[in-house]
Ligand binder design. Structure first.
Ligand code: GLU
Length: 429
């Protein structure tokens, strides 16, 4: 008889370095082995709970109907409702969404918030679509998922190319079907509609808080620390700007077209204002212009990849010249690159900790929605800092105790928490 586990394992072996689900699985396997995870728990935890695929008809502005393909993967519910963003992009794949959903499970467990993991994606090119088309796409996708999402089931949030407006449409569509307003069905909403103060900046702020902890290990102050940021969106742009405000010397930043570099430090508010106005970093004066892959190889204290997956691979890992790698993006480093970075003594703040600020404040938003009582921004930021610092310390201690790299320690911390809860609940098999 066919053994599905063996088939799965065969599929993972010797495969493409850039498949994010395989990258996730490789790290999961290593941490599970080090923890001595029981075979039954291993079998349950390494696969998603549910993969939903929907075909979404949308009336385009021209009057014709186009059908889009969308996904929602609910990876794990052991610790609470599934939680995670929805991304709109032409190259989204189910394997990518699966990996991202698993990363959400581990991320929520690392910062100890009571959620499982989920992720959604729609294959579309949002830059080629009107606001009306995006609204109809979002509403119909939500309608297709109506039985699967909800404050106690699965709580979506923004991710690449989705934002507060997208969340407001999801909240409204869900509420129309429920016949009453249900703000807690999504997070990352506009503040006036039940969003949380500080949510928009939370992922970048979380990167800052973990970098603040990491530089202490190198006896650096922010003023002595040079930073290179890949990406200038919600994570990279806001992260760079918050680091600039704290006195860090941000020497390079990029957008999707290219990068700018000034060894004396960039004026980040000015750069972001320029980017906002011209929609590109091209032509920005007062800096050298580089290609995106050159940016990653700049000598610096902190390199923060805050764009997308698979940026640091076996091809360029040996050329990375930073002391600290702060992974603002999900999955920017492949497992093959991990080994090279570890050998070269790079201190990695793994993605499932470095970018967990977003989901942490999403948790605060969900709590506030359910209480119907909203916190001041300084309260949100302070609670975020407490969580990020505590998780950073737990992870560092675990890495030292088990003499493993920080990424393995992060997976061990997360898997151990999910395993404990699964064991206590028992497997309904
Ligand atoms: N999309 C963000 C992430 O990857 C936030 C998810 C959330 O807040 O649920 O962590």
């Amino acid at each position: 008889m066919a053994n599905p586990m063996a088939d799965e394992q065969r599929r993972f072996k010797g495969s493409d370095e850039k498949n994010p689900f395989e990258a996730m699985s490789e790290r999961f396997d290593r941490a599970a082995q080090l923890l001595g995870l029981e075979p039954d728990l291993y079998a349950v935890m390494r696969v998603p709970s549910r993969e939903i695929k929907v075909y979404i008809p949308v009336k385009m502005d021209s009057g014709h109907i186009e059908v889009f393909e969308g996904f929602r993967v609910q990876h794990n519910f052991a610790r609470g409702p599934a939680k995670g963003g929805i991304r709109y992009a032409p190259d989204v794949t189910l394997d990518e969404v699966k990996a991202l959903s698993a990363w959400m499970t581990w991320k929520c467990a690392v910062v100890n918030v009571p959620f499982g993991g989920g992720k959604g994606g729609i294959i579309c090119d949002p830059r080629q679509m009107s606001l009306g088309e995006l609204e109809r796409l979002t509403r119909r996708y939500t309608a297709e998922l109506i039985d699967f999402i909800g404050p106690d089931r699965d709580v979506p949030a923004p991710d690449m190319n989705t934002n507060e407006q997208t969340m407001a449409w999801i909240m409204d569509t869900y509420s129309m079907h429920a016949r009453h307003t249900v703000t807690a069905v999504v997070t990352g909403k506009p503040v006036a509609l039940g969003g949380s103060l500080g949510r928009r900046e939370a992922t970048g702020r979380g990167v800052l808080f973990t970098v603040n902890e990491a530089i202490k290990r190198f006896n650096l102050t922010p003023e002595q620390t040079s930073v290179v940021v890949q990406g200038s969106g919600n994570v990279g742009g806001i992260g760079a700007s918050l680091m600039y405000d704290q006195g860090y010397k941000v020497i390079a930043i990029s957008d999707i077209h290219g990068a700018i570099y000034n060894s004396k430090g960039l004026n980040i508010p000015e750069v972001l204002e320029y980017l906002d106005r011209t929609k590109s970093l091209e032509g920005y004066a007062d800096a050298d212009h580089l290609a995106n892959d050159e940016l990653l190889e700049i000598e610096c204290d902190v390199l923060a990849p805050c764009a997308t997956e698979n940026q640091i691979t076996s091809h360029n890992a040996s050329k990375i010249k930073c002391k600290i790698l702060a992974e603002g993006a999900n999955g920017p480093t492949t497992p093959a690159a991990d080994k090279i970075l570890f050998k070269n003594g790079v201190f990695v703040i793994p993605d499932i900790l470095a970018n967990a600020g977003g989901v942490t404040v999403s948790y605060f938003e969900w709590v506030q929605d359910r209480m119907g009582y909203f916190w001041r921004e300084d309260e949100v930021n302070q609670r975020l800092e407490e969580k990020m610092v505590a998780s950073f310390n737990e992870l560092s201690q675990l890495a030292e105790l088990h003499k493993v790299d920080t990424r393995t320690a992060a997976y061990m911390l997360a898997i151990d928490r999910v395993a404990y809860d699964t064991r206590m609940r028992g497997i309904y098999a």
